[in-house]
Design a binder for this molecule. Structure first.
Ligand code: SME
Length: 161
């Protein structure tokens, strides 16, 4: 298990990697795809990392966006699951034990803990960023803050359709 200092430093690296990777490109689909791939390959103990976008046709529904990991459910109503709770409240959802979260949607039976962050730009919720881990209690406040910082870089560097 890494120390809090080492963990914070790993998110400083992720931030720098995000800046380098997205530099010079503002296309939302390209940037979300690149970010999901970066996170999935750079961050340990994940079995899924990716985006659910607010559906262009229904602002109370999420639709699957760029991701890495096993195939996932495509549409999630704001009223359902951990992702829906994040979209509804626009607050980070840190779930140490997904089996204890009422309404958790199991896309991969291996998932044991989950972190979901809201992605807002121009005063509007655009997406949520969902991370799943096969380890119980994989995520803590350092992870949440680290991803929040990296997502801020993504939001600043992206034009949203
Ligand atoms: N577990 C999520 C659904 C998405 S998958 O984990 C990729 C939820 O409960 O909202």
């Amino acid at each position: 298990m890494s120390t809090p200092e080492a963990k914070r430093a790993s998110y400083d690296t992720l931030l720098a990697q995000t800046q380098a990777l997205l530099h010079g490109e503002r296309d939302w689909l390209a940037n979300l795809a690149q970010f999901a791939a970066l996170v999935f390959n750079a961050v340990p103990a994940l079995n899924w990392a990716g985006f659910y976008r607010v559906s262009p046709a229904n602002d109370q529904e999420l639709v699957l966006g760029p991701f890495q990991g096993k195939v996932a459910c495509v549409r999630i109503a704001f009223s359902r699951g951990v992702c829906g709770a994040c979209a509804r409240t626009q607050e980070i959802q840190l779930v140490e034990d997904v089996h204890a979260f009422p309404g958790h949607i199991a896309c991969d039976a291996a998932s044991r803990s989950e972190l979901v962050l809201p992605v807002a730009a121009g005063g509007r919720l655009r997406a949520v960023f969902d991370l799943d881990s096969p380890e119980p209690a994989r995520f803590d406040a350092i992870d949440a803050e680290g991803f929040q910082r990296a997502l801020a870089v993504l939001v600043d560097g992206t034009d949203w359709a």
